[in-house]
Design a protein around this ligand. Structure first.
Ligand code: B16
Ligand code: MG
Length: 214
């Protein structure tokens, strides 16, 4: 399997939301519900700023857009409420939410001797992988429960490479968010962006979806 310049690839580390699955719409519905409850609206364009960002940071951005302030205790409560709604929406998730080529590319990577890891900010990753029926396609899962520093810190990807027993230089990261591209490079890994160069500058290659690599 040859899909990237710059030496062999022995490990592939995948972001979840926006790379393997489209969960952004469920995040959006839950954040908008919270915003409306607080008395302001939240547009899809504003929601773009939340992609790849941690739950608490997402809440802070949401509150900023609504010019709304809250105590830390209320923030924890609001984030928990949003998550409960999000998890409720996730029950509607099934294999049809997989982005084009996700399952096939994971399978082909493994058949081609490339080890696979998940590198996601989401604390709900195990539930999502289960609902999509792809949990068994990963050699390692590093998610929001396993890291203490959010992207653009490279922690999630470095832990992924380590769990695969590989050096960063032979790993490639698949990302749809700027913070993730920065995190991968900060960890010494090459990165393939799922999206457009205008929105995601600095990646080593661009694809519209994993289907492009099949
Ligand atoms: P949770 P990724 C990210 O997933 C999402 O893109 C982002 O919108 C979300 O806030 C974050 O996970 C945390 O998710 O609330 O489920 O813990 O793109 O890193 O796979
Ligand atoms: Mg993402």
């Amino acid at each position: 399997m040859k899909f990237l310049e710059g030496g062999p690839v022995r490990g592939a580390i995948f972001d979840l939301d926006g790379v393997l699955v489209d969960t952004a719409k469920y995040h959006y519905l839950a954040w908008r519900r919270l915003a409306r409850e607080l008395g302001f609206d939240f547009s899809e364009r504003e929601n773009e700023r939340l992609k790849g960002v941690s739950r608490m940071r997402s809440l802070e951005i949401l509150l900023e857009t609504g010019h709304y302030t809250m105590s830390d205790g209320d923030k924890a409560e609001a984030a928990a409420k949003k998550n409960a709604w999000y998890v409720e929406y996730l029950h509607a998730l099934d294999e049809s939410a997989l982005l084009p080529g996700s399952r096939e590319f994971l399978e082909r990577s493994r058949d081609g001797g490339i080890k696979t890891a998940l590198g996601s900010a989401s604390k709900n990753a195990p539930l999502i992988l289960e609902r999509l029926g792809i949990a068994g396609l990963f050699n390692a899962v590093i998610d929001g429960n396993a890291v203490s520093r959010a992207k653009p810190d490279p922690e999630v990807f470095l832990k992924g490479a380590e769990a695969l027993g590989l050096a960063p230089v032979v790993c490639v990261v698949f990302e749809d968010a700027l913070a993730g591209i920065e995190a991968a490079h900060a960890g010494g890994m090459r990165v393939i962006a799922v999206g457009k160069e205008e929105l995601l500058p600095g990646a080593d290659r661009y694809i519209a979806s994993l289907k492009d690599l099949l």
